[in-house]
Design a protein around this ligand. Structure first.
Ligand code: C5P
Length: 404
């Protein structure tokens, strides 16, 4: 592929290099990235410099290599925040067990890890280590954490290792890493110009200033969808109930709400201008009929009775207002009669597609970092395996793209 044809052309890539034998392969990787037309900034750990010299890397990338927080003789500060914003993607190759552990747990004691923590873009991690380190439960758990943050782990290959042993731990070949990045950018351009609304999280329905009716939704699935839509070039409006997860892409406009009524108002305000809307929020079905503006006291002589009223159905409201060309997707979290219930919601709410997750599947539903879904539409149903939520988001959006 020539540099003009590569989806990497003009992309800003931060290449993170750790201290492992496979660092020699980073030179080829850098060379291939530059050849594909990418602008590459190398960030190397102190141990990485023991394996490969910054001179080679800066000559190939035509940029000074960053390793320390500041340059000792000039005092020039290297801003990991600026680098994190500059990057269209970050690829850490090789990623050692030590750096993977630091990334997983936020141990920001070098420039590579601080840049990783500041990165707003997608991150690819290409591990390289001895087979026993690779197979250790600690490495497995740390890589699972990185996947749960939305990072892509480029699995190492099985073969001859620097230790003389043979097993899984060889860093993926630079050509294949470049291919993964090219696929990512080719894919990421598919939704440029599209405007997408995503709802996420629970809603809290206020009883009094300190109490509410809510549910266990963490918002992780909706936020993963918003990030994936944004990564593919869409402009995203994320209307979110109260959650602790955060959105990182600058292409996401986050609108925080508390109640179902507030969520409906924000959705109605933007829906007509959207091409796609995905209703991922776990909206409370009922709200207290009356909200007390003072804390209800326990010393009341009688147990208080909270009268409930039905909340508006946001998905159904948007479904009724939907015009031709707009695509509306919903979610269904069911405990029984899953497929029938989901199909009924699909037609009642005038959705184009519904994503079913069953509370009966381990690892699916609220709070987890993984999900197992079945997509149902007029054409039938498609089952997907248990995967990290970001990968599930990618599957869902792949499917939506086939329908647009
Ligand atoms: O009816 P049920 O709550 O199971 O439907 C789930 C789907 O409808 C989800 O897409 C959810 O976001 C949406 N919904 C909504 N407003 C409600 C209830 C559900 O948008 N009040």
């Amino acid at each position: 592929m020539t540099s003009r044809q590569s989806p990497l052309a003009g992309k800003h890539v931060v290449l993170g290099i750790c201290g492992g034998i496979a660092a020699y392969k980073s030179v080829s990787l850098l060379r291939l990235l530059v050849k594909a037309g990418a602008e590459v900034q190398v960030v190397i750990t102190p141990a990485g410099k023991e394996f490969i010299t910054p001179v080679t890397l800066s000559a190939l990338s035509q940029k000074p290599v960053v390793s320390e927080f500041f340059t000792a003789n000039t005092g020039e500060w290297h801003s990991h925040v600026d680098l994190g914003l500059w990057a269209d993607c970050m690829v850490i190759a090789p990623a050692t067990a030590s750096t993977i552990g630091k990334m997983a747990h936020g141990v920001a004691d070098n420039m590579l890890v601080t840049t990783y923590l500041s990165a707003k873009s997608h991150v690819f991690v290409a591990p390289a280590m001895d087979l026993d380190m690779m197979a250790h439960p600690s490495t497995t758990a740390n890589l699972a954490l990185l996947r749960s943050y939305g990072n892509t782990v480029i699995e190492p290959d099985t073969g001859y290792l620097a230790s003389g042993l043979t097993g899984k731990g060889r860093m993926e070949e630079p050509e294949n890493i470049v291919r993964v990045l090219e696929d990512y950018f080719a894919k990421s351009q598919t939704l440029v110009g599209k405007k997408v609304l995503v709802t996420a999280g629970p809603t809290f329905e206020r009883i009094d200033p300190v109490r509410f009716i809510g549910n266990y939704s963490s918002g992780k699935m909706g936020y993963a969808l918003a990030e994936e839509f944004a990564a593919r070039g869409a402009e995203v409006i994320l209307v979110s109930g109260p959650v602790s997860v955060t959105a990182s892409s600058p292409a996401i406009r986050l609108v925080r709400v508390e109640s179902a009524r507030e969520m409906l108002a924000e959705c109605e305000a933007v829906f007509s201008g959207c091409d796609v809307a995905v209703m991922c929020a776990a909206v409370a079905d009922y709200a207290p009929a009356v909200t007390s503006d003072r804390k209800i006291k326990r010393e009341h002589s009688e147990v208080p009775v909270i009268q409930l009223v039905k909340n508006p159905d946001i998905a159904a409201t948007l479904g009724a207002a939907k015009r031709p060309g707009q695509f509306l997707a919903g979610f269904a979290l069911e405990t029984d009669h899953e497929a029938e219930n989901a199909a009924e919601k699909l037609s009642r709410k005038n959705l184009d597609m519904i994503v079913l997750n069953s509370m009966r599947d381990a690892g699916a539903g609220f709070g987890t970092d993984t999900n197992k879904v079945t997509i149902i539409d007029a054409g039938g149903s498609h089952e997907y395996p248990l995967r990290p939520k970001r990968e599930v988001a990618s599957d869902i959006i792949d499917y939506i793209e086939t329908r647009l």
